[in-house]
Structure formats: C-alpha cells, structure tokens
Design a binder for this molecule. Structure first.
Ligand code: ATP
Ligand code: MG
Length: 277
C-alpha cells in the first residue's frame, strides 16, 4: 500500500485528484476524509495543507506527495523531486508599488519586504548581497505595501492581475514553479515499484491528453505521401476499403500540429477526415 499526500483544498487539489483518477487511482471524494483508501489501486490518499506535504513525505508519513515546487523549496525538507506535472504554473516574484522608478535590485537595500517565503527570499538576497528586512505574513501579502507594513512584496504571481489591482508591479521573477511529485530519500523497493507503475500511468494519461486519433480515406497512390505527413508512434495503420483504389488510414497526431497536417492531407486527396479524442 502506497500513501500519497495531496492538497486537501486549494488550487492544486482538483487537478491532483483528477490526475490520480485518470491513472486509475480513484477514491470516494464525495465524503472526503483526512485519509481515503482507493478502491481501484493499492494506494491511500492523505489530504493535507500544501505547507505540510514536504514534511509529511520527509518523515515517511506519506510515501509520495503532489505539491507546488515553491513549497518544496521553501520548506527545505529532505525530499527528492521525482517528476514535474506541468499544472499549477506560477512564479515567485519581487513586486514594488507601480509609482517606484525601479533602478534594479539595489533598490531593495534598506527596504522591508513582506512575504510567505522567507527562506527562498533570504537565500536570494544573501546571494545578491542585498540588505533588506523580511517581514513574514502568511496571507494577503499583496496588501502589505498599501497598509504600510512593507515597501515591497515577494509573492506568487500567475496572471499578474492581483498585483495590478493592488497598485503593484512585478520587477524581478525569482523562482518558477509547477506541481511536482516528491518522494522520501530512501523509499523501499516495493514502494518504488508501485510508484513506477503510477508514473507509467500518469505519463500515458499526459501523453494521450495532447494526442488525437485521426481517421481518413486516402487514394492508394497517395499513401506514401500521407505516411510522410503522418509519422505516428510507430507508423500509421492502413486498411483496404471495399471500394478499390482507396484505403482507410488511422494515426495518432499531436494536437498542436493536427490542423496543419490535416491541410496537407486534404491537398493530397484525403477524404472523410475524422478527429477523435
Ligand atoms: P493550503 O490551505 O493548502 O495551505 P494555500 O492557500 O497555501 O493552501 P493555494 O492558494 O491553494 O495554497 O495554492 C497552492 C499552490 O498552487 C501554490 O503553492 C502554488 O504552487 C500554486 N499556484 C499557482 N498559481 C497560483 C496563484 N496565482 N496563487 C497562489 N498559488 C498558485
Ligand atoms: Mg499553504
């Protein structure tokens, strides 16, 4: 039985649950408890605040965790990043009131910076030789300059809308984050095997999310050209049609090039093109 820690409630919880569900690890989340066992896979989910996930994994309370890279960096726990998941993208940035004529990092000397990420900020300032005072606030960091608690902030930014609506501007992007999978340093062999199985499923789900299944009819004398347009995972499947001179061609195509490929296929005479998810 492998125990996976995920965020109980917040920006990463739904996508974490959804990803596990698509990988065949379902829990009954209508009555979500602190700890839920999956019916479909030898795993249980531990629902925690994201702040506590790195520590839970470092202590072995959970075998793996899904959490923002920002929290992994800040908590400084002894865990290993085993995979990057791509969702929950954001950055941690320094922001100043929009009226400041910002000359560069030296502006921060002697200033007070409010943040929920004192460890990351402390290291960064030390590395750059900036002498600023860090005030730790756990919520609503973006209002600190307006109410006179600080001169600047170091906080999470995704679209930047929150900064703008608080009269701030982003001046330095320090850390880029996304949801990651973490594990303890010395997991036992049995757990590693289960994790490899989950990882295989997650990758398959992730790959298939970006792929489409394409079917079409192609005149037999244009098949070579069609294959050149559509290099599939191995190669496309070709089936003869009842009508002579034509074949049905099936392939898997990456979503971002799908429509360009379809244009090329139409030009060589492909007909009856269907796109399936
Ligand atoms: P918890 O109650 O679990 O402590 P929280 O309030 O600390 O939750 P959320 O706001 O739910 O955290 O954010 C969880 C994670 O989502 C962040 O740590 C970060 O990795 C990611 N994230 C992505 N975009 C944003 C954003 N605009 N603001 C905050 N977090 C974001
Ligand atoms: Mg938190």
């Amino acid at each position: 039985m492998i125990r996976i820690a995920i965020q109980a409630k917040g920006r990463l919880s739904e996508e974490s649950l959804e990803l596990l569900k698509e990988a065949g690890i379902q829990v009954d989340d209508t009555k979500r408890k602190f700890l839920s066992q999956s019916r479909s896979f030898p795993a249980e989910l531990l629902f925690l605040r994201d702040d506590d996930i790195p520590q839970a994994v470092a202590l072995g309370v959970a075998d793996i965790g899904i959490v923002g890279y920002n929290e992994v960096l800040e908590r400084e726990q002894d865990v290993e990043i085993v995979d990057r998941l791509g969702f929950g993208p954001c950055r941690i940035s320094l922001a100043v009131p929009k009226t400041v004529d910002y000359p560069g990092l030296e502006w921060f000397n002697g200033k007070r910076i409010a943040t929920s990420y004192p460890n990351i900020l402390g290291k960064f300032l030390k590395e750059k030789g900036i002498d600023a005072k860090i005030s730790v606030i756990t919520g609503s960091v973006e209002i600190a300059p307006t109410v006179g608690m600080s001169d600047a902030i170091f906080d999470i930014v995704s679209s930047g809308g929150t900064l703008v609506s608080n009269g701030l501007k982003e001046v330095e992007k320090i850390v880029f984050s996304e949801a990651v999978v973490i594990s303890g340093r010395n997991p036992d062999a049995e757990k590693v095997k289960v994790w490899e199985q989950i990882k295989f499923r997650i990758n398959a789900v992730r790959d298939s999310r970006n792929m489409k299944y394409l079917l079409m009819n192609v005149p037999n004398d244009r098949i070579d050209e069609a294959i050149a347009i559509l290099p599939a995972m191995r190669s496309p499947t070709i089936l003869p049609l009842a009508q002579s001179g034509w074949s049905s061609m099936h392939s898997v195509v990456a979503e971002d090039v799908l429509w360009d490929k379809i244009e090329l296929l139409k030009e060589i005479g492909a007909e009856g093109i269907l796109v399936l998810s």
